[in-house]
Design a protein around this ligand. Structure first.
Ligand code: ATP
Length: 314
C-alpha cells in the first residue's frame, strides 16, 4: 500500500469581472485569484482494487461519484489506463476545513489535489501545465488551484498568468454556516439582470476593455501596493448576491465600518473577506465581528495569503 497526504488551499478572488457570454455556455471572465492558507487535507491510499472510493467528514459533501475529488480520480484512470492497471485505485479521504459552497473553491482544490497526488502515486511525471490541462476538464477553478499563489485568470477562468507573489496580507473570512450560494444560480441571475451590458465586440477590443478595467488592480499588484489592492477589490457577482442575501451585505457593511484595507465577497459567495496588514489586526477584527453579531451561525477564520498551490503535507 502506498499513500500521499496533500494540502489543498482555498482561494479568494481579489477581482472578478464578467465580460460576457461564451459560445460554450460559460462566461468570459477576468479574475485575480489569491491562495490563502485555509486548506483541506486530502489523503490518497492505494486500495489494491479497481474501485476508486471517496470519503469526507463534512455532511454537505457527497461520498459518491459526484464528488469532484472522485471525478478527478476517475478522469486520471481514463487518461492513464496503463498506470491505473499497474497501481490500481485509491481511497480518497477528505479532511474538510474549507467551508462548503462558500465561493472559496473547496471542491476545485480537492480535485486539483487528487490530480497532483495521483501523478505522484502513479509515477507519471506530468508537468504542471499538463496537470492544469486535465484540471480544466473538471472545472474552471481547478487549474489555478494546482499552482496557487496570485494569478490573473481569463477565458472562463482556466487561462492563467502568474502574478508577482504579494506580501502576505492577513484575511478575515466570514460566513453564515447555514447559508450557501449556488454558483450556477449566481451567474444565471447575473446574466438575466446585466446581459445588456455584456461586451459584444471583436476579440481585440474585448482584450483592450479588459486591460483598462482590471489594469489598476494589476498595477497595484505589480507595485505590491497593499492599500491600493484593498481599495480596488471588485466582484461583479456582488450585484446579485448582496441584494438577494441581506445577511451577506450586512457582513460586508460591518467589515467596512471597521476600516480594513478592503472588504469583498469571494467568488459567488456567500463568504465575505476583509484584508489587514497584521495578524493582530485580523484577530481583533474577527473578535469585533464575533461580538458585534453574536450569532452562533456565524463562522470566522483568520487566514493569510499563501504562495502555495497543492503540496505534499510535511
Ligand atoms: P467555487 O468557489 O469553485 O464556486 P464553492 O466554494 O462555492 O466553489 P464548493 O465548496 O466547491 O463550492 O461546493 C459546491 C458544491 O459541490 C457543494 O454543493 C458540494 O456538495 C459539492 N461538492 C462535490 N465535491 C466536493 C468536494 N470535494 N468538496 C466540497 N464540495 C463538493
Amino acid at each position: 500500500m502506498r499513500s500521499y497526504s496533500l494540502i489543498a488551499p482555498a482561494k479568494i478572488n481579489l477581482y472578478l469581472e464578467i465580460l460576457g457570454d461564451r459560445p460554450d455556455g460559460y462566461h468570459e471572465l477576468v479574475m485575480v485569484m489569491q491562495s490563502v492558507d485555509l486548506a483541506d487535507q486530502i489523503d490518497l491510499r492505494s486500495n489494491g482494487t479497481e474501485t476508486m472510493r471517496v470519503q469526507c467528514d463534512h455532511p454537505l459533501v457527497p461520498n459518491d461519484t459526484s464528488n469532484l475529488a472522485y471525478r478527478a480520480a476517475h478522469l486520471m484512470s481514463q487518461q492513464f489506463p496503463k498506470a491505473f492497471a499497474q497501481f490500481g485505485a485509491v481511497d480518497i479521504t477528505i479532511h474538510k476545513h474549507i467551508p462548503v459552497g462558500a465561493g472559496l473553491a473547496g471542491g476545485s482544490t480537492n480535485a486539483a489535489a487528487v490530480l497532483v497526488g495521483l501523478d505522484l502515486l502513479w509515477e507519471l511525471g506530468l508537468t504542471q501545465p499538463e496537470i492544469q490541462e486535465l484540471g480544466a476538464l473538471l472545472g474552471s477553478d481547478v487549474p489555478f488551484c494546482v499552482t496557487g499563489g496570485t494569478a490573473l485568470a481569463t477565458g472562463r477562468g482556466e487561462q492563467l498568468d502568474a502574478l508577482l507573489d504579494l506580501d502576505k496580507l492577513y484575511v478575515v473570512l466570514a460566513k453564515y454556516r447555514s447559508l450557501s450560494v449556488s454558483t450556477p444560480w449566481a451567474y444565471q441571475t447575473y446574466r438575466q439582470q446585466f446581459e445588456s451590458s455584456y461586451l459584444r465586440e471583436p476579440t481585440v477590443q474585448v482584450n483592450r476593455r479588459r486591460e483598462v478595467r482590471s489594469g489598476a488592480m494589476l498595477t497595484a499588484i505589480a507595485h505590491r501596493d497593499s492599500a491600493q489592492i484593498g481599495q480596488l477589490l471588485h466582484n461583479d457577482l456582488e450585484k446579485v448576491v448582496l441584494s438577494h442575501y441581506p445577511k451577506v451585505a450586512d457582513l460586508q457593511k460591518r467589515f467596512r465600518d471597521r476600516q480594513p484595507l478592503g472588504t469583498m465577497m469571494s467568488g459567488s459567495g456567500p463568504t465575505v473577506f476583509a484584508l489587514t496588514h497584521t495578524q493582530a489586526e485580523a484577530q481583533q477584527l474577527s473578535d469585533q465581528m464575533s461580538s458585534a453579531i453574536a450569532d452562533p451561525d456565524l463562522e470566522l477564520w483568520v487566514s493569510q495569503f499563501s504562495h502555495c498551490g497543492i503540496h505534499v503535507a510535511q
